[in-house]
Design a protein around this ligand. Structure first.
Ligand SMILES: Cc1ncc(COP(=O)(O)O)c(C=O)c1O
Length: 564
């Protein structure tokens, strides 16, 4: 269909001369002043809007919003000037985007970022370096190697000589940047798989020959990865992508505190060895699980992996920056014993989306996934694309390097301490309120709880299993409804998940529990705000009891449209 909309006065790219000017900065003072004005709007007005507007979303249904986004034709002529585009984003996008910067937004691992991140992101865009190869990044590639070494040192704390040898070594690599934790975990398992099924006796390795040939060469029927039951679902994706099969990403039981059970790990390994014809290519421990923020017993897992000669990966996508707090770094004890570690920049390094990182203790580990091409990624070069899944990628290392300089380890340490201590205070507040039940104690800065009125709680303690399950189902429905209603009201946000928990009351049967989940990373969130959130949930419970909440729910169900 031809788009015949009329467009006047949008002359920025009306002809070749105009088009060329888009690539050169305008020289006249008036236009430059206008451009600075636009940047000022982005830096201050948008920032102020996000900080001051404590609401999470405007009250408008996704369905109505979606109806405004159905035009699928690219206009032939320019539609808008830059100023109109910016104003359009301010007027029509920002108010309906989710205000993740609000201190009342405590449900996900995405929150406010320091204002200077916007400057740093703008610098990365302006320089537009492509670190896939030195020819498009030069100093930025060596800067990346340096910042990678700094974080490697934070995790593994090896000797001065080690870092002097490897920081700028073109033959070795201590880690790399990528899009996020998902690709970092994938990279860890990719390396682990290729190392476990490496070349031997006339077999040139799984990366070259593929799964069938590898299984034949190693005389096995399958590969498995053992992960905590609370592991992020990215490991299952990796299982699929790497040809291991996501059913071979085997969940290992956790204890009442959601930590991987060491005896269950031992039993699983023993059973797999008894069965035979199976290679365990990695065991994964989590430093800050997605749902409960728990840290697995890393030291004990490391000892088992060392004994069994299995790759030990730690997923510290969330918890990694805890190492910057002198007060709490002990919570990650044993992380230095891992063979590889995932950390996300866009989580507790407070970087803009999206930045993940993978680190390997052994500077030669990444050789297992190296690729070369004649025009790029030459052997012995600093072409960072040699050992990454991604090809072209932006210079996120420049953002982290600058942020570390601006914040210092202490700045990040204070953020970590605020989150952990606030979570402990919040847990106390929840315990003091009759209406709530704390489900998982916070270890870092994530906790889960549920609305559980005292009369039902008392009944559950002595109920027979059938009645217990019935009450639990009712509570699940109640908590699901309260979370949805609070989100729809748009003043505050906690997320929800389902945990399989046993012993929520001494001796009670295992069951699936819908829990409310709080992630406390925003330094502007305080206990008073959290009390407001609990008050709101109590109010919603009262409405539910009076039968008015169901009415609201029915009205909005038709509106939700994908926001389940
Ligand atoms: C522990 C953990 N690992 C991995 C991931 C995946 O990270 P990303 O969303 O950056 O791909 C997450 C995301 O929440 C996570 O919590």
């Amino acid at each position: 269909m031809q788009n015949n909309k009329k467009h006047k006065n949008h002359e920025l790219v009306k002809d070749w001369i105009g088009l060329i000017q888009v690539f050169t900065c305008p020289e006249d003072a008036e236009t430059r002043t206008a451009l600075v004005g636009l940047m000022r709007q982005i830096l201050f007005e948008l920032h102020d809007f996000l900080i001051k507007n404590v609401g999470i979303t405007e009250e408008i249904s996704l369905k109505i919003l979606a109806d405004d986004f159905t035009d699928t034709v690219i206009n032939r002529c320019p539609e808008k000037k830059l100023a109109d585009v910016v104003t359009g984003v301010f007027d029509h996008i920002a108010p309906h985007a989710v205000n993740v910067a609000s201190p009342y937004f405590v449900g996900h691992m995405t929150a406010a970022i320091p204002y200077f991140m916007v400057h740093l992101k703008a610098i990365v865009a302006a320089l537009n370096q492509n670190v896939v190869k030195l020819e498009t990044s030069k100093v930025v590639s060596v800067l990346e190697k340096q910042v990678v070494a700094k974080i490697h040192r934070l995790i593994f704390n090896l000797s001065d000589e080690f870092y002097a040898e490897h920081v700028q070594n073109t033959d070795t690599s201590l880690g790399s940047f990528m899009e996020g934790g998902t690709t970092a975990n994938l990279t860890a398992l990719w390396v682990a798989r290729n190392t476990a099924l490496r070349p031997k006796d006339g077999f040139s390795g799984i990366e070259k020959k593929g799964m069938m040939a590898a299984y034949k060469a190693y005389d096995i029927d399958r590969c498995v990865v053992l992960v905590s039951k609370r592991a992020h679902y990215s490991f299952r994706k990796a299982g699929g992508l790497l040809g291991i099969g996501n059913e071979n990403i085997i969940p290992v039981d956790v204890d009442g505190n959601n930590k991987l059970k060491i005896d269950a790990l031992e039993n699983t390994i023993a059973e797999i060895k008894r069965e035979g014809r199976t290679k365990i290519i990695a065991v994964v421990g989590i430093a800050g699980t997605t749902e409960t923020g728990t840290v697995d017993p890393l030291k004990e897992i490391a000892a088992i992996c060392a004994r069994e000669n299995i790759h030990f990966h730690t997923d510290a996508a969330w918890g990694g920056p805890t190492l910057l707090s002198d007060k709490y770094k002990h919570l990650l004890d044993g992380i230095h014993l891992a063979d590889s570690v995932t950390i996300d920049g866009h989580k507790q390094f407070y970087m803009p989306m999206g930045c993940g990182m993978i680190y390997f203790k052994n500077p030669k580990s990444l050789d297992a996934i190296s690729y070369h091409a004649n025009y790029v990624n030459r052997r012995g070069s600093v072409d960072l694309g040699i050992k990454t899944l991604a090809g072209s990628r932006e210079a996120n290392s420049l953002i982290l390097d600058s942020a570390l300089k601006i914040m210092g380890a202490r700045g990040y340490g204070m953020l970590i301490e605020h989150g952990i201590e606030l979570a402990a205070d919040f847990a106390e507040e929840i315990k003091q309120r009759d209406m709530f039940q704390l489900i998982t104690e916070p270890e870092l800065n994530i906790l889960t709880y549920r609305v559980c009125p005292p009369e039902l709680r008392e009944e559950m303690k002595t109920a027979d299993p059938v009645r217990f399950i019935k009450i639990n189902d009712e509570l699940n429905e109640l908590n699901r409804t309260i979370q949805q209603e609070q989100r729809e009201a748009g003043k505050s946000f906690v997320s929800r998940t389902v945990l399989e928990q046993e012993n929520i009351f001494p001796g009670s049967p295992a069951g699936k529990i819908v829990v409310l989940r709080s992630v406390l990373m925003n330094p502007l969130t305080n206990i008073e705000i959290l009390k407001d959130i609990l008050d709101e949930q109590e109010g919603l419970y009262d409405m539910w009891r009076n039968g008015t909440l169901g009415h609201e729910k029915a009205r909005k169900d038709t509106d939700r449209h994908g926001m389940e």
